[in-house]
Design a protein around this ligand. Structure first.
Ligand SMILES: Cc1cc2nc3c(=O)[nH]c(=O)nc-3n(C[C@H](O)[C@H](O)[C@H](O)COP(=O)(O)OP(=O)(O)OC[C@H]3O[C@@H](n4cnc5c(N)ncnc54)[C@H](O)[C@@H]3O)c2cc1C
Length: 355
């Protein structure tokens, strides 16, 4: 069976980001790569959004960028500016197309549908598959969204809505998220932070329809795209072995308090690329331990006091937006961390710390 220097298991966001980073830095001139990916076609299936706190390779796949956003709780709306750290949305269709077209040109890179088609014995493996089957009691961010088109210009495309908590909470944390791509096109998502075993929240289609028709007061619209998914708000169990590194969600690249993963994947890819010549001896890359610790406490509060979360999220954005964006994007210093911590309701968080 054919052997390769490197194997990437899963040609999704993390697998392709890594392959692209290595390819543009000419790491496959005399090395070979096998990408294991079962899907037949790459079609748009996700929208990756984030505050651009650092440069990335996919500026040409950005569908839209915003400098303003809002957060709502019942009877209160907060408007926030983010001029220096814009919020970007990447179209996964453009992302897949750009990467596949680049990788196809290098004959040292091959795609396979199944790992059994190649020998893995002497390869270094980057794995993006995780086993999360036993995690029924853990928290997930689960959501569904539709892109809609209207005949008339009804959206203000200069401002997106990060979280609208003015909706049913059903004993969990629930909000709507609206990304207006233009004056007559927007992605509208219903998002839940809860345990997955609770199926009573999964009437996503009805929730979105009701929100669009009775909250946004839009009656005449066309659905042009749909995405549904779930992001684990816990670290999947995946043991790092010699000659194997986990990447993407499987590699712990999700920020647990937010679900943001895309930019962490890009940072991880750069780290691997910088160290590829000595990869088996390189320290494992991880999200800074201080965020792991703070997010754990945050999620304990979320689980115990879901009804308090809309106010906590809103409060977080009081004051400088740069501060909170940097904190949520793993780029904060000690003083920024302190500022955020001081905004939180003290006793609830101290209680959660000692749980
Ligand atoms: C719908 C959705 C929207 C998201 N939006 C955001 C966002 O706005 N911002 C953000 O930062 N993060 C977001 N995330 C979180 C995260 O960025 C994505 O989940 C991202 O795709 C994670 O990359 P990954 O490579 O770990 O997983 P994936 O992109 O899911 O890649 C895994 C790949 O493995 C393949 N595969 C499956 N089975 C096998 C097998 N047996 N062998 C080999 N390969 C296999 C799959 O086909 C897939 O291509 C979102 C997640 C989802 C699900």
């Amino acid at each position: 069976m054919k052997e390769f220097d490197y194997i990437i298991i899963g040609g999704g966001c993390a697998g392709l980001s890594l392959a692209y980073e290595l390819e543009i830095h000419e790491k496959f001139k005399d090395k070979t790569l096998a990408i294991i990916e079962p899907r037949n076609d790459y079609i748009r299936d996700k929208t990756w959004s984030f505050w651009k706190v650092e440069a990335h390779n996919f500026e040409d796949c950005v569908k839209k960028s915003w400098n303003n956003f809002s957060i709502n709780i019942p009877d209160q709306t907060k408007y926030v500016q983010c001029d220096n750290l814009p919020y970007q949305s990447i179209d996964s269709g453009l992302f897949y197309e750009k990467i596949i077209n680049t990788l196809k040109k290098n004959t040292n890179i091959n795609f396979f549908k199944n790992i059994d088609e190649i020998s893995t014995e002497n390869s270094f493996v980057f794995n993006s598959l995780s086993d999360v089957s036993d995690s029924k009691n853990d928290l997930w961010q689960h959501f569904s969204g539709i892109e809609i088109e209207t005949n008339k210009d009804l959206f203000d495309d200069q401002i997106f809505n990060l979280m609208d908590f003015d909706c049913e909470q059903r004993g969990s944390v629930h909000f709507f998220y609206t990304l207006p791509y233009s004056k007559n096109k927007a992605l509208i998502e219903t998002t839940w932070l809860s345990k997955m075993k609770d199926n009573s929240q999964k009437d996503y289609d009805n929730q979105i329809k009701d929100y669009i028709e009775n909250h946004l007061n839009l009656k005449d619209y066309k659905i042009t795209y749909k995405e549904t998914g779930a992001i684990p708000l816990f670290y999947p169990i995946n043991i790092n072995k010699k000659n194997k590194i986990n990447i993407g969600t499987a590699g712990g690249m999700t920020r647990l308090s937010t679900g943001y993963t895309f930019l962490n994947i890009q940072e991880h890819s750069k780290y691997i690329c910088d160290n590829i010549e000595n990869i088996s001896k390189t320290k494992i890359f991880e999200i800074n331990k201080k965020y792991q610790f703070l997010d754990k406490i945050f999620l304990r509060v979320l689980e115990k006091y879901p009804e308090k979360m809309p106010n906590i999220f809103l409060k977080m954005f009081h004051g400088s937006s740069k501060t909170v964006i940097k904190f949520l994007s793993n780029k904060s210093n000690f003083f920024v961390d302190l500022l955020i911590i001081l905004k939180m309701p003290k006793w609830i968080f101290i209680n959660a710390l000692f749980k």
